[in-house]
Design a protein around this ligand. Structure first.
Ligand code: KG4
Ligand code: ZN
Length: 324
């Protein structure tokens, strides 16, 4: 089955073609990130205007890369939630128009679940049930995954998402946007033990909290004129604290649910320190930990097409009243 995936939940516009739920034939992503950076965050109006202008061209490009004709598409899968309303509507309207004109079915897909599915776009021996951690700019959640159509929330952030904390801390430190990759880069060579931050340790459960650490960084820098050494130490210490809580709670969730497979997804999963620490700690605990490659950690439509195909095969259906 050939599935066309459409992803437009935030600043990216993605169109992908995936065959038989796992084989990527094309995965085109255009980002309007540069246009947002001077505002220090995504401006919804700018994002949706760019998506409206670019989506048809990106679709044509995906068809060319996949070397297929639109008539060969069997299903159109589109992100319906969560996300920015104007951005989601653009993708959904395009998906509906395309599916209707081709006389093909359409299926709405959950953006967060598709981040987990990104792990299945590689050859690998993933066994369900598993625990999944999705860490992005908008979400930080732990799930128990009996299957992709049976997903239970185990814990989530009570305030800021982890990626949001990276973005806000980078802004406080004057590094720019998006903050995650900038913090990771500047933290290299910094002393991660310099400053002790408590990060989301407010409970022994599986919920997270990242707003306190952002405020702690703000107060730490108050009335200081930090040099590059202190900025590096601060970035490394913040990153260490954020990563440690993600590792600790992910392993705790695996232990509680008695599972040996852990799937990670979302933009923050691109972080090298998180990848290394989680891999090593999971291995020591006898848990198989999976991360998608960096480009599939970020928002993309291949994960939407893959999950759409999988769910459709297992009986999921949408109609043309489908909305956000
Ligand atoms: O999944 P994603 O592309 O979009 C959302 O659905 O939110 O995630 C974007 C988030 C941003 O907050 C960004 O700062 C963060 O992922 N991010 C990172 C890294 N690369 C991206 N955070 C930490 N380290 C990174 N290397
Ligand atoms: Zn995302």
């Amino acid at each position: 089955m050939i599935v066309l995936g459409i992803e437009s939940s935030c600043d990216e516009t993605g169109v992908a073609v995936v065959k038989d739920e796992r084989k990527i034939l094309a995965n085109v992503v255009a980002s309007s990130l540069k246009l947002h950076s001077r505002h220090g965050g995504v401006v919804p109006e700018i994002a949706s205007r760019m998506q409206l202008e670019s989506i048809a061209g990106i679709f044509t490009e995906a068809m060319q890369i996949a070397k297929i004709k639109p008539e060969q598409i069997d299903l159109v899968a589109v992100t319906t939630h969560p996300g920015l309303p104007g951005s989601l509507i653009t993708g959904i309207a395009f998906a509906k128009a395309l599916a209707l004109s081709l006389g093909k079915p359409i299926l709405g897909v959950n953006h967060i679940h598709s981040h987990i599915y990104a792990n299945l776009l590689y050859p690998g021996n993933i066994k369900l049930p598993a625990v999944a951690l999705v860490v992005s700019g908008g979400h930080t959640s732990l799930f128990y995954l009996k299957d992709f159509y049976k997903i239970q929330v185990l814990g989530q952030t009570r305030d800021d998402a982890c990626g949001e904390a990276f973005d806000k801390v980078a802004k406080i430190m004057g590094l720019g946007y998006p903050g995650g990759p900038l913090i990771e880069k500047i933290a290299q060579g910094g002393n991660k033990h310099k400053i002790k931050f408590a990060c989301g340790e407010m409970n022994t459960g599986l919920d997270f909290s990242f707003s306190g650490i952002k405020t702690a960084v703000l107060y730490y820098l108050k009335d200081k004129k930090p040099g590059i050494k202190l900025i590096k130490d601060l970035a490394a210490s913040f990153q260490e604290s954020a990563v440690n809580v993600l590792v600790k709670k992910s392993l705790l969730a695996c232990k509680r649910k008695k599972v040996t497979h852990l799937l990670i997804g979302g933009g923050v999963a691109a972080n090298g320190v998180l990848r290394q620490k989680l891999m090593a700690s999971a291995k020591a605990a006898g848990i198989n930990c999976f991360f998608p490659d960096i480009d599939l950690c970020m928002d993309n439509a291949a994960m939407v097409a893959g999950l759409g195909g999988y769910l459709y095969k297992h009986g999921a259906r949408s109609d043309f009243y489908l909305n956000m």
